[in-house]
Design a protein around this ligand. Structure first.
Ligand code: IDC
Length: 587
């Protein structure tokens, strides 16, 4: 082989090697490209599960609405928080974007049976007696919700504070009686309450009387409704109050054993939740004293605390949760995170009740307005928006939380939703009653701001003797049994209106006979003339000092052993009322 032949051959060999190397490189590149495409695909897929309805609405904090909604320059009741901090941030502002799961492993398929949207509206009623605890276990709280942002609440001085020790107000809505309006306890409505209305809390009003938990109601169903309600709230990052709604059963001690058993069960179920508050007696009334309420509380609180050591517990106060000033003189000792209920209805309660609130807070009592309305204390009548605005400014200035009555579509002024509206969400203005429209505006920071002078007057009027109204008339009650028929007639509320004393009464007939009673008639005489323009589930006629009650179309007959429900009226008189005689007859 010549020298040139040899070098040509070597060149060939090098070329072959180079070619082989290049092919290898190209192959490696292709493989790398394919692999990287596959990664990109799977990353894309990992985001899709968050599009599952019901768990992906992002809720972001937005700054406090407007300067005018900020209660500035008013005396702060506590030294550790400034009133400005107590301003609600409208954290529940919805945004449409879907939140991608933090990591691909957070795919919701991990807990397929617990999808919160599975059957939210039907769950409580589906099989109430057999599945009282069919509560959907909550998914992790969505980021940006009130609970995600503010966590476990506690009480510092007189102020409710969040996990960071910052003043925080709950502003939300109470359900109506769960036995009457269970349909509103569902994900759809609670989400609407959060996203469309901007509330951060709901209250579950479980009546104990009036066909409620301790008076013939479907216990299993009510129990399941409460548990489901708490879980819906948990999933939506809303705070939730479990309300033992005593009312016509004036004194919480009447059903104390049941209350303890109930709250023990709830505490065991929810001890690890950070969104639950317990309200142990809605409105003591009918002359129930603070010492009586306190002794009840001193049994219920330790029962809860033995299981759940940090949740806020709200205690009702005498006279339909108005006498916070009385509680302030002798508060509950030995337990943290206790608050005291004050309830008002703006059409009825004005400066003198605000004065009680001020007295209580300034004496160091943590006050929580766990129920209020903007109509009169009957839950009906005219709405007083100007007075309601005054209350809001007042409560904001003290950093007090407030929950409006009621989330239902009953034909009454305090129902937020109109009776004609059968929807569970997506409410337009035409679907809401005046109180509902006002509430949404108020939460949105859209009520007219007060001038500094007005604010000053407001705070001054609530001082000392209070301005405007005088103390509510004392409660009135009477009871009689005639030929096996019992009639109970008792105030559920009293207030003053210009020159009149106003008394709201509940009336109950119990037929203890072995045959049914038809066309009943109740006659009551008083010490003074009475009139009534407002009665329900009955017909009421006043003539001088005499009131005659006869049935409505649907309750003419009371079966043997049964009781009537829901009969009521408002009486007005010029002087304080006393019952002189009461009687009942029937066929
Ligand atoms: C009212 C409801 C009404 C219902 C009545 C039953 O609005 O539809 O028939 O209870 O007793 C309260 C009570 C709250 C009342 C409300 C209005 O906590 O249960 O609801 N109110 O009367 N305290 C003051 C007013």
């Amino acid at each position: 082989m010549s020298k040139s032949e040899m070098s040509a051959k070597r060149l060939n060999k090098y070329l072959m090697i180079a070619l082989a190397c290049m092919t290898l490189i190209v192959l490696v590149l292709i493989i790398a490209l394919v692999l990287s495409n596959r990664d990109a695909d799977s990353a894309k897929n990992a985001v899709t599960p968050t599009e599952e309805p019901g768990v992906t609405i992002a809720v972001t904090d937005t700054p406090a609405p407007t300067a005018e909604a900020t209660p500035t320059a008013v005396a702060s009741p506590t030294t550790e928080v400034s009133p400005a901090e107590a301003v609600p941030t409208t954290e529940a502002t919805p945004t449409a974007e879907a939140t991608p799961a933090a990591t691909p492993t957070a795919v919701p398929t991990a807990t397929p049976t617990t999808a919160p949207t599975a059957t939210p509206t039907t769950a409580p009623t589906a099989t109430p007696t057999t599945a009282p605890t069919a509560t959907p276990a909550p998914k992790p709280t969505e980021s940006g919700t009130p609970v995600a942002n503010h966590g476990q609440l506690s009480v510092k001085g007189t102020q409710l504070v969040d996990k960071n020790g910052k003043a925080y107000q709950l502003k939300g809505v109470s359900t109506h009686g769960l036995q009457w309006f269970p349909q509103f306890v569902c994900m759809e409505t609670f989400r609407c309450v959060r996203d469309e209305w901007g509330a951060n809390a709901v209250r579950l009003a479980m009546y104990t009387d009036e066909n409620g938990y301790c008076a013939g109601g479907d216990k299993a169903k009510l129990n399941a409704l409460v548990k489901n309600g708490v879980n819906y709230a948990k999933q939506l990052g809303l705070y939730v109050i479990i309300d033992w709604h005593i009312l016509h059963d004036n004194d919480p001690n009447q059903n104390k054993a049941e209350a303890i058993a109930f709250f023990k069960e709830m505490a065991a179920e929810f001890k690890d939740y950070n969104n639950v508050l317990y309200e142990i007696c809605n409105e003591p009334n009918g002359g129930t004293s603070w010492s009586s309420v306190k002794s009840y509380a001193m049994e219920v609180i330790p029962a809860i605390r033995a299981i759940d050591n940090d949740a806020i517990i709200i205690v009702g106060t005498p006279t339909w949760s108005q006498d916070v000033d009385v509680a302030a003189k002798d508060p509950i000792k030995g337990y943290d995170n206790i608050m005291y209920a004050l309830h008002f209805y703006a059409g009825t309660h004005k400066d003198s009740l605000r004065s009680k609130m001020k007295t209580a807070i300034e004496a160091g009592l943590p006050v929580f307005v766990s129920e209020y309305g903007i109509c009169d204390a009957s839950g009906n009548g005219m709405c007083d928006e100007a007075e309601a605005n005054r209350w809001v400014a007042f409560m904001d200035s003290y950093g007090v939380s407030y929950m409006i009555w009621n989330l239902a579509n009953k034909n009454e002024s305090s129902s937020l939703i109109r009776e004609s509206c059968k929807k569970l969400s997506g409410f337009r203005e035409a679907d809401l009653n005046q109180e509902g429209i006002w509430f949404v505006k108020m939460l949105g920071g859209k009520i007219p701001p007060m001038t500094e002078k007005e604010k000053e007057e407001l705070l001054n009027n609530a001082g000392g003797n209070g301005g405007g109204d005088v103390a509510s008339p004392p409660a009135v009650s009477a009871k009689a049994t005639v030929n096996g028929l019992t009639v109970e007639f008792a105030t559920t509320n009293t207030w003053n209106e210009t020159a009149d004393k106003c008394y709201q009464f509940g009336v109950r007939i119990t037929n203890g006979r072995s045959n049914s009673a038809k066309n009943w008639k109740i006659v009551i005489t008083f010490n003074t003339d009475v009139k009534s323009n407002n009665f329900w589930c009955c017909d009421a006629k006043c003539s001088g000092k005499t009131l005659t009650l006869t049935p409505a179309d649907f309750n003419k007959t009371v079966s043997a052993g049964a009781s009537t429900m829901d009969i009521g009226l408002i009486l007005q008189s010029k002087s304080l009322l006393k019952v002189e005689s009461i009687t009942i007859t029937a066929e």
